[in-house]
Design a protein around this ligand. Structure first.
Ligand code: NAD
Length: 330
């Protein structure tokens, strides 16, 4: 029997949205049917040609130019909500500026009684806390929602949840990531949101900065962002899953916006005490050749498949990457 094909929508067609469309073009079990950006959307319930969508987005600046499937509108998210009965699952690859933007989008889907699956790659603790609060609403509507399902939070948080099993008590979880991109322009929201973690900046301030101001800030730092003690949702996700107190989770990293080479290897270290009283640390390190896009979008689709599996069994509400494991998408 042929496996059912999951019809996927992507909200946002920037760095991650485009990478997600490219990945879907290589999958047999999932089919891109909808994608939105700030200027328009492309939709075809029978399936979009991912190459045509990418060409429209990369060379003409909007998925609205997709031949035969594209439309221009200033409210592409609303347009996809109206077509959501033909979409099994959505990946939210939008900027989360301000902090309640994505929670607001989820709320709008719930108000329209969308009862499929939604997955995000949210990063901030405060944003994920807002999503957790939507649990009663999403449960009532019949939506299955998975939050923090990118790389960090996401792949590394799930790895920490698994590594924790060796221990009776978890003492600390340390996440350190390296990201290398050749041009900040390709991942505008990601870089803006990272700058918001630097001393003297916050989400409100970076939301109001122009692209030129961001470039000046990057120039001042030779394109390198060094991030320490970030307000990163791995903490609340691991706490919510009952693994460790959020205070014992630290996240930092280095982002090079001028070279695709990773400045440091991304890893998570989980330190704990075993039932025999021995202290030890598990380390999980990602391969340096894997890009940010591969480490975010891969888990997103793996969690989406898990979400579909739960949704078909009438399991609804908000879950996190540490609550569940991603299933592999062929
Ligand atoms: P980007 O700036 O490259 O792209 C954002 C896209 O959203 C663009 O296509 C833009 O047109 C579209 N958009 C913006 N406002 C919109 C609106 N109102 N309606 C429709 N479309 C709209 O962003 P990116 O760098 O790809 O990042 C996307 C998100 O992924 C960010 O929130 C970032 O924090 C997150 N992220 C998570 C991880 C992780 O590991 N968890 C890693 C990297 C990025």
């Amino acid at each position: 029997m042929q496996a059912e094909i999951i019809r996927v929508g992507i909200l946002g067609a920037g760095g991650l949205g485009q990478a997600a469309a490219q990945i879907l073009a290589q999958k047999q079990e999932m089919q891109l049917v909808a994608i939105a950006d700030r200027s328009g959307f492309a939709f075809d319930a029978e399936g979009l040609d991912a190459t045509a969508v990418l060409q429209a987005s990369m060379t003409q600046g909007s998925v609205g130019y997709t031949p035969g499937a594209g439309t221009f509108t200033s409210d592409a998210i609303r347009a996809l909500i109206e077509r959501s009965h033909d979409v099994d699952a959505f990946f939210i690859a939008l900027p989360n500026l301000p902090n309640d933007f994505i929670p607001g989008v989820i709320h709008n889907f719930a108000q329209a009684e969308y009862d499929g699956v939604m997955v995000d790659a949210l990063k901030r603790t405060g944003a994920v806390e807002l999503v957790f609060k939507l649990d009663p609403l999403l449960s009532a509507v019949g939506m299955t929602y998975i939050t923090g399902a990118g790389a960090t939070p996401g792949l590394l948080t799930a790895a920490a949840a698994l590594a924790a099993q060796s221990f009776q008590e978890i003492l600390k979880v340390e996440i350190y990531f390296g990201v290398g991109i050749s041009n900040w322009d390709a991942y505008r929201a990601t870089i803006r949101e990272d700058i918001a973690h630097l001393d003297g900046f916050d989400v409100e301030r970076v939301s109001e900065m122009t692209d030129e101001e961001i470039e000046v800030e990057l120039d001042r730092r030779n394109g390198i962002l060094e991030l320490v003690n970030m307000e990163h949702a791995d903490d609340v996700i691991l706490e919510h899953a009952g693994i460790v107190d959020r205070k014992q989770v630290t996240v930092g990293g280095i982002v090079d916006t001028r070279s695709p080479k990773k400045p440091v290897s991304t890893n998570v270290k989980v330190t704990g005490k075993t039932f025999e009283g021995k202290m030890s640390t598990h380390v999980f390190t990602l391969g340096d050749e894997t890009s940010m896009a591969a480490n975010v979008c891969g888990p997103v689709f793996g969690y989406m498949k898990t979400g579909i599996w739960l949704n078909r069994r009438s399991i609804h509400g908000v879950f996190s990457s540490a609550d569940l494991m991603p299933r592999f998408v062929q």
